[in-house]
Write a protein that binds this ligand. Structure first.
Ligand SMILES: [Zn+2]
Length: 184
């Protein structure tokens, strides 16, 4: 298919699908999940929206984790904590953005050990989402820009390009202070 939506993105290669393809794939997030299933990969969730977000997270993060030296994952390697804040308009798809943070955090915690996801809060008519993840300290400078670009892709997917989401990905200022605040 040769049509291109505004912005020059490539359209999903699944016949009849008009959605823009995710960066670095030929599929939109929904058909990315289907293609992963066809390849025999486990895709959590049956809802197309949720499985599409899961597939997007795995698609972005798996090569990043696989590209790190294995000795970074040894238990004696110290970890650094990274805070991810996303600020969204209340009308944007912040529920799905929160779900994306949950999936991203859970995926990283499965590989790297731990995460904290805060409940969404509303501050001055802005929805504030917050996720903290722990990564191997020697790779923190690598992870920060990668997590930022992963979040940019996810927010664009779930909140839409016009959602005016702002994003902050930084080393935590109060490391080790908040792990007990896991909601629920
Ligand atoms: Zn598609």
């Amino acid at each position: 298919m040769s049509t291109r939506p505004p912005g020059g993105a490539i359209v999903c290669s699944e016949p009849g699908c008009e959605r823009p393809a995710l960066h670095s794939t030929v599929f939109c997030r929904f058909h990315l999940a289907e293609s992963m299933r066809r390849e025999g990969k486990a895709v959590l969730f049956t809802d197309p929206e949720l499985s599409g977000i899961y597939a997007t997270v795995v698609h972005i993060m798996r090569p990043i984790l696989d590209g790190l030296p294995p000795d970074l994952f040894e238990p004696q390697v110290p970890s650094s904590e990274i805070d991810i804040y996303a600020l969204l308009h209340p009308d944007a798809g912040w529920q799905l953005a929160q779900f994306s943070l949950d999936v991203l955090g859970s995926f990283l915690a499965g590989e790297l050990g731990r995460m904290t996801l805060w409940p969404p809060t509303e501050v001055e008519s802005t929805i504030v989402l917050r996720l903290r993840v722990a990564v191997p300290a020697p790779a923190a400078d690598t992870f920060i820009p990668l997590l930022r670009s992963a979040m940019e892709v996810l927010l664009r997917e779930v909140a839409g390009p016009g959602a005016s989401a702002s994003l902050s990905v930084t080393l935590a200022e109060d490391p080790d202070g908040s792990w007990s605040e896991v909601p629920g």
